[in-house]
Design a protein around this ligand. Sequence first.
Ligand SMILES: NC(=O)c1ccc[n+]([C@@H]2O[C@H](COP(=O)([O-])OP(=O)(O)OC[C@H]3O[C@@H](n4cnc5c(N)ncnc54)[C@H](O)[C@@H]3O)[C@@H](O)[C@H]2O)c1
Length: 346
Amino acid sequence: MSGKILVTGGLGFIGSHTVVALQQQGYDVVIIDNLSNSSIDVLAGITRITEKTPEFEKLDLRDKSSVKDFFEKYTDIAGVIHFAASKAVGESVQNPLLYYENNLASLIYLLQELSKKEQANFIFSSSCTVYGQADELPIKEESPVKKAESPYGNTKQIGEEIIVDTCKVAEGLKAISLRYFNPIGAHESAEIGELPLGTPQNLVPFITQTAIGKREQLSVFGNDYPTEDGTCIRDYIHVMDLAEAHVAALTRLLENKEAPKYEVFNLGTGKGSSVLEVVNSFERATGEKLNYKIAPRREGDVIAAYADTTKANEVLGWKAETDLDTSLASAWKWEVKVKEAEAAES
Ligand SMILES: NC(=O)c1ccc[n+]([C@@H]2O[C@H](COP(=O)([O-])OP(=O)(O)OC[C@H]3O[C@@H](n4cnc5c(N)ncnc54)[C@H](O)[C@@H]3O)[C@@H](O)[C@H]2O)c1
């Protein structure tokens, strides 16, 4: 394959794992990241796994002229995987303009540059939040997009619409939106993983931080939902499975000339797990005992969401392979490694 793959947000959680998967399948990668939610050390972690250092440009995608300069410097970008965004739902409610600016201006500036090209291939990080509480489970791609519950969710919906409209007029542009369910875990080497700043918003980092002693107790928000054990159900997908799906989607864009100009795929395992099932799985996989309590329901939580993955399985030829115990064991291995690194520093 000629040409490089630009991975924006490539030092972040999902981006770094995707860079590993891309390099391992022979792609040349250049990363853009402004380090607003990641560390430059991730570059070394990637290199230890793949034995190849990706190119790196520290750049803020909100700076339109820097984005333009980037494409003037790198004229051989064959595909773009766009992870860079702000992603904390609660923060987006407090600071909506930060989210609209960071998540939408960055997308627009990238698409403006790509629209000028004869051929461009674009993959967008979307989210299952676009479905809200779906009327039918498992959730298919055709499920209606519900009114967004937060500015963050809205940026994903508007982002998808911006891409659809741009694909209609930019002749050479093809794009895929990938709607992730709940990415968890870390690379099996524990060289890279998830590094939440502040209090984790997601269940699994909260679990591992509680088990390691950084947090006192996990709160399980609500056990009176209409599910088997009363707790909310989500579809937890291992981050390396998610990374492989990006490679499959990119390969489709690069190699399948018949592929439609715009497509959407759900990325999940297809299996829903309740919060208590995740807690039990974590204890089983790691031998750690978790301190948790049942707390009142949290506003805005949907009851259950899990993916119908038929389309991704059939069209991308991809399937999530990692089970929940293995995913949680990898998250734990990473948390232990982070603690060791912190202890060595202090
Ligand atoms: N993690 C999840 O649970 C989840 C679920 C659904 C969708 N997503 C989406 O997937 C993408 C990646 O998520 P993640 O969990 O890896 O997040 P992350 O915060 O770990 O990674 C995002 C990276 O983008 C960088 N970045 C942010 N704004 C930038 C800017 N203006 N210019 C350059 N770099 C910038 C950050 O420094 C960070 O390294 C995001 O678009 C997110 O909304 C994530």
